[in-house]
Design a protein around this ligand. Structure first.
Ligand code: URA
Length: 263
């Protein structure tokens, strides 16, 4: 029987999916196989899905980090930065994501919160921290009278992530992915010019400080992207480990005291 997929193209598709981080042969949403029509006899069992994007062909001569530095440094405002990230073709995560998740909140805010990467809800909606972790983040901010909705810079919050695209199956970003997106984060901080930064979780610390180990890092002010920075437990971790909320509360009070001292 003649197949429309050669073994070479099947292998290429498979390695592309592995490159995107696929570790299991499951999709994001369940498929009811009883509802799918039976395959026609004689049809190749693994015909190519019509929506499968072609594997990216990127010249080995390109250095994605240099490309990102060049692109980011030429952006003079947030709109330019967002468009520049939108047209950055070197990160394969882009091809597996539905939306670029750029930011939310007030760009004039004194505090800039840098999370890790969008999850499924953020990818669908195109805004950071809108799922369960985001709802907890909003409550944490409200507890110290901050909100992403506020106009007044001293009580407002601006929120972004190290990665603007959702990693497949919410896997941890690879070091090379963080490295190629870091110039955009750095430029983002320069354009917002906040008084302080909150590094939410390990990936954010990895990107901003070059170190992980949030249990030790949290609660101690440091410097990231040229700004005072406070590492904190990620709200997703707090959902899994409610006992850590005590430390998170102490860190929130510390953040509030720092912001009050700036007035
Ligand atoms: N976790 C993050 O770090 N960022 C989001 O936007 C959502 C969940």
């Amino acid at each position: 029987m003649e197949s429309s997929v050669t073994s070479q193209s099947a292998l290429a598709m498979l390695s592309w999916q592995i490159e995107l981080g696929a570790t299991e042969t499951i999709g994001d949403s369940p498929i009811n196989r009883y509802d799918t029509p039976p395959e026609k006899p004689g049809k190749a069992p693994c015909s190519e899905p019509a929506s499968m994007p072609a594997p990216a062909i990127i010249s080995a001569a390109d250095d994605p980090v240099k490309e990102a530095e060049k692109a980011a440094s030429s952006c003079s405002d947030l709109n330019a930065l967002q468009s520049s990230m939108q047209s950055f073709e070197h990160c394969d995560l882009k091809r597996g994501a539905r939306n670029l998740v750029f930011s939310d909140g007030n760009p004039k805010a004194w505090v800039m919160i840098i999370g890790e990467a969008p999850g499924r809800d953020e990818d669908r909606i195109g805004k950071p921290f809108v799922g369960r972790a985001g709802q907890l983040l909003d409550k944490m901010l409200a507890a110290i009278n901050l909100s992403r909705e506020r106009q007044a810079p001293e009580t407002a919050a601006y929120i972004t992530n190290v990665l603007p695209w959702r990693p497949p199956q919410n896997r941890d970003p690879k070091p090379e992915e963080i490295a190629m997106l870091l110039p955009f984060v750095q430029r983002h901080v320069e354009l917002i010019d906040p008084q302080v930064i909150v590094l939410m979780g390990n990936i954010s610390c990895q990107a901003g400080l070059g170190r992980r180990g949030i249990t030790r890092l949290r609660g101690t002010w440091t410097e990231a992207y040229g700004k005072p920075a406070l590492p904190m437990f990620h709200p997703a971790y707090l959902l899994r480990s409610p006992h850590a909320k005590r430390e998170a509360w102490a860190d929130l009070l510390d953040l509030q005291a720092r912001l009050r001292a700036s007035t």
